[in-house]
Design a protein around this ligand. Structure first.
Ligand code: MG
Ligand code: ZN
Length: 230
């Protein structure tokens, strides 16, 4: 019984990886670097993007960014980002995917016809807020990153190690709140590095803009990777 269940899960992940490879081919053809952005609900993914993406196309080097916004329902976050005058496409998992709590390769693939890949250098896929299954489903991305806020507890990396291990960059957000909280941000960072000692960690406040320059610089460096990863 147990063995059968494991088999089904493995088959589902194999099928997902096959579709992720097809996505990867499309991204490569358009020379787009893809970021899978994950977090728990409310960590501040959308606010971080609002802060970080503004004016990137006018920077040196210029980076044309697009966003694929994943949510169970609604287009609240996509509406917020649309004022940045960048391509934003909403993908709702409620719409034909049973309200899934994560994006998988097939869902992303279904949205690609609406995404103008040739008009962008970087595509950021904002995943559904969830610290569990998004880490298991590759979507054909080059980089996986997550946002973890200081309102969440220092032990998050120890409770959800797979997510922290799956990501190369962890952005600690809402550091402007630290003075009001009994929160040990050094301990959070130590816990992140305990489960993933390769992780790059940044401390930012998407609200005040503190630390955002480092994140923008990280995004600007991404296109140089296009085609460098399989
Ligand atoms: Mg959001
Ligand atoms: Zn899920």
């Amino acid at each position: 019984m147990h063995r059968t269940k494991v088999r089904v899960v493995e088959d589902a992940l194999d099928a997902n990886n096959t579709i992720a490879s097809a996505n990867r081919s499309d991204f490569d053809r358009s020379n787009v670097t893809v970021v899978n952005l994950m977090s728990a609900p409310g960590a501040g993914k959308t606010t971080l993007l609002e802060r970080a993406l503004e004016g990137l196309a006018d920077e040196d080097p210029p980076v044309r960014v697009g966003v694929l916004e994943g949510d169970v329902q609604g287009s609240f976050d996509a509406d917020r980002l649309s004022v940045l005058h960048i391509p934003v496409v909403q993908l709702n998992t409620d719409n034909g995917f049973g309200g899934e709590c994560h994006l998988d390769a097939n869902m992303v693939r279904s949205a690609l016809p609406a995404v103008p890949l040739d008009d962008m250098d970087v595509l950021i896929v904002e995943n559904v807020g969830n610290l569990v299954c998004p880490a298991e489903f590759r979507i054909g991305e080059d980089a996986r990153i997550m946002v973890c806020s200081v309102t969440e507890g220092e032990d998050k990396p120890l409770k959800y190690p797979l997510m922290f291990r799956a990501c190369e960059l962890v952005v600690i957000n809402k550091v402007d709140l630290l003075e009001h909280l009994d929160f040990d941000v050094d301990r959070l960072e130590a816990n992140i590095l305990q489960v993933n000692h390769h992780a790059k960690v940044m401390r930012v406040s998407a609200k005040t803009g503190e630390g955002i320059d480092a994140f923008r610089a990280w995004l600007q460096a991404l296109p140089a990777r296009a085609g460098a990863t399989a």
